[in-house]
Design a binder for this molecule. Sequence first.
Ligand code: SAH
Ligand code: SF4
Ligand code: F3S
Length: 439
Amino acid sequence: MQTKKIYIETYGCQMNFSDSEIVAAVVKEAGHSLCESPKLADVIFVNTCSIRENAELRVRNRIQEFKSLKKKNPDLIIGILGCMAERLKTQLLEEEQFVDIIAGPDAYRDIPHLIGNVESGIKGVNVLLSHEETYSDLNPVRLGSNGVSAFISIMRGCQNFCTYCVVPYTRGKERSRDMLSIVNEATSLFNNGYREITLLGQNVNSYNWQQYTFADLIKAVAQINPLLRVRFATSHPKDMSDALIHTIAALPNICKSVHLPVQSGSTAILNRMHRKYTREAYLERIQTIRKHIPEASITTDIITGFCGETEEDHQTTLSLMETVSFDYAFMFKYSQRPGTQAAKLYADDIPEEVKAKRLQEIIDLQNKLSLKSNRNDIGKIFEVLAEGPSKRSQDYFSGRNSQNKMVIFPARNTKPGDYVNVKVTHCTSASLKGEQCEV
Ligand code: SAH
Ligand code: SF4
Ligand code: F3S
């Protein structure tokens, strides 16, 4: 086997970025090396996302750019990994004829073999989904890491089948990873200087390994060392248990930041989305979180313009946003995905301009709420985990507080991984700025 220089480019969610670290581990173990630029590569892997049509279009355009590299270097191998590979399978080979490898999210151990196939003139395709694969024995190569924070995937797949969502089809059945392997990975990251770990899954609250729940797991990780911060994403409102809320409240190094996607404020729409909670049940979870963890930041995801969404439904979403006063939100126009339940059952009947108008109203409101939340922090002192020099100036450092807000402060012999107390003096809707201080 000839060793190759491999370039990996990643799109999509944190799980996909975490998966690219697994792919890097697999190819390195097989004797290949990684490189930083597609121009230097013998193999280009694009780890892709299918969540919205736009995500796929971006990848398609990027593949066209790689095609021109292949024209100059016919030996260049191009592989499509991840959710688009799984969704489109061999159809992608027909549509993008210079693509050599298609590997779905559960097929990454097979990549060295697929590269071998291409060398012998056969296109390499593996899109088998697994009920067991968690890659738990692999030691991910931390790509693009700042040496302070790292992701750990704790489960794979999703079987909630929200009607709009492609993930259950691209990632297969939900399965939880061995808890001991997670705690070992976190311990070794801590011993290597990492200070923040994000536990990842499409629905971390339903983690279940042997008799252990997510509350047990997060506690075990937090107990590794009080200097290790623990975050997690994403939670599903229907599974946000009291036990988990109490665990977050009890352990100081579990970050006080809950990402709880609501999707819509209207119970009728939530039903049609198959989210399995009502507006009232969502608001009840928020109240419980606020009662036990008053300092918690709460962030969300919202889809606007879902099938049959009336102006009244839309107003109900705006009013829920005001009621909760989210600290931050990711907001999207509904994008119909082929093969999903929504595509089969409902018409994508909200005109593009109405979707755009509603999205803008949601964004405008959220900007106001984010600014209000940040203004509320002026005068407060936060413990900030320093990540690195700020983008704008070497004299400043940036890091995050427990609430996951970005904080900018003047560097004073500050090193990445230091905990620094910062008193907030200024803010925008996107970040806080302050001075280092003693407590
Ligand atoms: N598992 C997570 C997030 C999955 S994808 C969860 O359930 O919360 C991230 C976000 O993308 C979703 O929360 C949703 O807001 C958005 N999304 C998913 N499918 C979409 C679609 N078809 N159109 C628009 N937004 C979508
Ligand atoms: Fe998609 Fe719903 Fe699963 Fe999240 S919980 S990944 S939105 S099906
Ligand atoms: Fe995209 Fe797949 Fe993640 S569809 S959001 S990369 S699970």
